[in-house]
Write a protein that binds this ligand. Structure first.
Ligand code: MN
Ligand code: MN
Length: 305
């Protein structure tokens, strides 16, 4: 149980404070003409500077464009550039000793999608303002759905907010972005991320064939030496947290052939799992807003202020 004076609470709050600073930097960075890879690298550099090594990213910064709702992060040598009319979701996670703050914002340099961005931001704001211990999770979803629809858009029905636990980016319960009969309640002493997604499409995402983000699934013995080397590195460095393929090759020197074998063997043995890029099924544009709250003293405190 987390109380206001507990070490865990301090770590959650610290993670949120650092994340707030990274968001400010990323907002300045997310301008037309900028490479997504440079935005990601600056977040990665930023977390080291801002936290003086006390915090780390909880997952690769998600820089999903337009109809991609989540799980895109630039690969090595990625030349993708943010264009004027793009809608970019910047989703960052920071942890201090495994206690995670998870938050995102959307940007669109040309402002064509200002209304769509406002819909997810307002839904988040409304959901956060009703959050406190004892509030039913189904009612939060209802508020998010109502807000997004009142702006003329659809919530993404198969993406949800979630609980957070130490070294767990997605813990129970899931918090739907639509009304449902979930009568579980928000509980004192726990952390939750609310993350409404709004779209001018149908409101469902599908997994695409592309995967840039991975996590340990069930580590076990593998025969291939390259696979073993990669597995040992990610187990030690990221534990159960998601990582980018790029992060491996920034740390382990392997040629193209060895890299392919290593990843293929680890996936085949189900030592690691993938998080495929999620795209809106009608190919329409998606916005996202997210913050994490920690419940203590009978109320919800936002980790990113
Ligand atoms: Mn997130
Ligand atoms: Mn989240």
């Amino acid at each position: 149980m987390i109380t206001v004076e507990s070490e865990q609470a301090k770590k959650y709050l610290k993670a949120g404070e650092i994340l707030g600073k990274l968001q400010k930097k990323a907002r300045k960075d997310a301008v037309s003409g900028k490479k997504l890879l440079d935005i990601a690298l600056n977040v990665e550099k930023g977390v080291k500077e801002v936290s003086a090594g006390k915090a780390e990213l909880a997952f690769p910064v998600n820089l999903s464009l337009n109809e991609a709702a989540a799980h895109y992060t630039p690969s090595q040598g990625d030349e993708t550039v943010l264009k004027d009319k793009d809608l970019l979701k910047v989703d960052i996670g920071v942890h201090v000793d495994g206690f995670i703050a998870d938050a995102s914002f959307s940007v669109n340099p040309s402002n064509d999608w200002a209304g769509l961005i406002e819909a997810s931001e307002l839904a988040l704001e409304n959901a956060l303002s009703m959050a406190k211990p004892g509030v039913e999770i189904g009612k939060i979803g209802a508020e998010i759905e109502k807000t997004i629809k009142s702006k003329g858009f659809n919530p993404i029905q198969n993406l949800t907010g979630h609980g957070l636990a130490q070294y767990e980016t997605h813990a129970a319960p899931s918090i739907a972005n639509i009304a449902n009969n979930d009568d579980r309640v928000l509980e004192e002493g726990f952390a939750y991320a609310f993350e409404p997604f709004a779209t001018n499409g149908e409101g469902f995402v599908r997994e695409s064939a592309q995967s840039e983000i991975f996590a340990i699934d069930e580590p076990k013995q593998v025969r291939n030496r390259y696979a073993r080397q990669v597995l040992a590195f990610v187990l030690e460095k990221y534990k159960t947290l998601p990582f980018a393929e790029r992060w491996i090759w920034e740390n382990i020197k392997m040629n193209e052939f060895q890299r392919k074998i290593a990843l293929r063997e680890l996936l085949k043995a189900k030592c690691i799992k993938t998080f495929p890029v999620l795209r809106e099924q009608a190919g329409r544009v998606v916005s996202q807003a997210e913050n994490t709250i920690l419940l203590f003293d009978g109320k919800a405190t936002r980790l990113v202020k």
